[in-house]
Design a protein around this ligand. Sequence first.
Ligand SMILES: O=C[C@H](O)COP(=O)(O)O
Length: 334
Amino acid sequence: METTDTAPQSQSVQQSLPQVVEPRNPGMDLDMDWVMSLQANTSAIERRAATLPARRSVKKTHQAAWLLRAITCIDLTTLSGDDTERRVERLCAKAMHPVSDSLLSALGVDDIKTGAVCVYHEMIPAALRALEGSRIPVAAVSTGFPAGLSPLHLRIAEIEESVAAGAAEIDIVISRRHVLTGNWQALYDEMRAFRAACGSAHIKAILATGELGSLRNVARASMVCMMAGADFIKTSTGKESVNATLPVTLVMIRAIRDYYERSGYRVGYKPAGGISKAKDAITYLALIKEELGTAWLAPNLFRFGASSLLNDIERQLEHHVTGQYSAGYRHATS
Ligand SMILES: O=C[C@H](O)COP(=O)(O)O
């Protein structure tokens, strides 16, 4: 068994984050030779992924620091048809105070907040009002989320409206059919247009990997989106039948590493959908550290897209401090 015995940083979480301001990935011309050269050895990747949760255990003393770091990397999300302003306000309150004051002081931490709050366009004003003064960015899903099958001009207009409404981050969905038909030029052009519409807002490209057919397609789609200027690549909408997985993560973060080695630009990674356990969050963080290095263990380069992960992290932190578990409903986010 391998032990991840170095905590990501000390327990003064927000203050200790690497404060390097990354230059934005400007993208590059579509390099078809590079795209077509990307392969994925599915059985090797699945074998490696299967060993990850068992191989890695974080020493008890470092667990709290890893979990606090995970909190700072959460895009705390609500994306439901029955979302209301009230629900979004409660979510934002949780984003600003993700852990109770008593737990924070027991852990020796002054302040902590989530990486962002992620909502549908209509909820942007409510989120901005509730987060005022907190410096937590609002992320909006866009481009006909989750299917992305509305007319292109409407998808572009949706981005522009969300940016005008104050969203600092835009989570777009790609057209899966461009990947499934191998039309990489169309995917590149679409992503370029989305990036232009975002202006200064950062763009996360949701690949919907559960619908892309193969890990090779995931590798190629990741690379094309980065070439077109994605600031982050993100696995899933949370609405596909298969969302974030470790094999997909391996493929995507290796594409990020290749892109960095060739271009010099660090692109962020956001696994999303179905990540609800603290131990899974630690597995993801440890894998990121191993494959990409500590520069990526910060909210400017790594996010979890998650609606309920914070509840379990808070429970585990409480256990760390008191030695006891409380009922999950006590930590509900919305
Ligand atoms: O992007 C975030 C996802 O929609 C959240 O998915 P989840 O509800 O399974 O955590």
